[in-house]
Ligand binder design. Sequence first.
Ligand code: TXA
Ligand code: MG
Length: 349
Amino acid sequence: MGTYETKLWQVTKQHIDREEENVQAAAALLKKREVVAFPTETVYGLGADATNEQAVKRIFEAKGRPSDNPLIVHVAKKEQIEQLVTHISDQAHALIDAFTPGPLTVIMPSNGVCARNVTAGLDSVGVRVPDHPVAKALLEASDLPLAAPSANRSGKPSPTTAAHVYDDLNGRVAGILDGGATGVGVESTVVDCTGEVPVILRPGGVTKEALEAVVGTVKLDASLHDKKEPPRAPGMKYTHYAPDAPLWLIDGDVVFFQAQIDRLREEGRRVGVIASEETSAHLRANRVQTCGSQHDLHQVAVHLYDALRSFDQDEIDIILAETFASEGIGVAIMNRLSKAASKTVQPSE
Ligand code: TXA
Ligand code: MG
């Protein structure tokens, strides 16, 4: 692929609209089938014209993404969703009304308007309306549906700042719109609404409890609780979110946690730790990265990917991470941590 002189555009969040000069510049490149990274309320996305196969191909090349992994399509307003699908079920309607714009992606039957490589040959398409002024301005200025996966190199943690995007994609994309740190911190919840009962394929910013309050029973894809089941979201089968050093999940109390750190350090390894404020206060390691309180998992979600990436700059041989309660947004946090981890260490019975 060609090498780019990646442009970095600053955008101030307060008065951003489609007329803003930097947004216009980014939109002009999108119209020329280039790829541009932009902030959403969850993580930064890497956008391209979803209706153009050549433009979409550039996303896969820049990320090093396997071509069997479909992309989410972003639109400016919920009224535009119907332009991309054959049918919006009652449940899909209800979920879109309740959570859009916001961190929810709804999978519906595709009508073929999106390029074939967006859906990776599936007959369904995932659509979402991001709740972020820069994303909205860019969608409006380009007047295109934008295919946009998270703007990281494939396998790395998703980017929550423009600097993360720059680290992964400088020279590989036409430009990056810098709108500051994102809000939610983990990606959107992906819900398949093509069957009778909605199924969560990827836990994310909207919790299962919140979805069920709107449409009644919602299932979790079997792969999310049974590792032997193949996931229905192709992207969920790949190693993901991994920092450079190996990561182990520690499922025990602080005494057990400290014992694991000490054992590894006695072997001469430099140990990094990711833990809540409560747990960090009791741990000694080569570096301890705090990511919020156990009692405010939304804050943990906001800081998780930055914490994972922070060790890439350090001479750390191994990262040990705390486990969090698997409820509410904690389901998404534990899903990402489990995918990043090569093993879980528990006290033996
Ligand atoms: O918050 C987000 O969703 C971010 C921002 C940028 O919008 N985007 C994002 O996209 O996380 P990506 O490509 O990193 O993850 C999309 C996930 C993948 O696991 C993919 O396999 C799944 O959604 N997916 C997309 N379309 C699908 C479809 N038609 N059927 C099943 N799974 C699908
Ligand atoms: Mg991703």
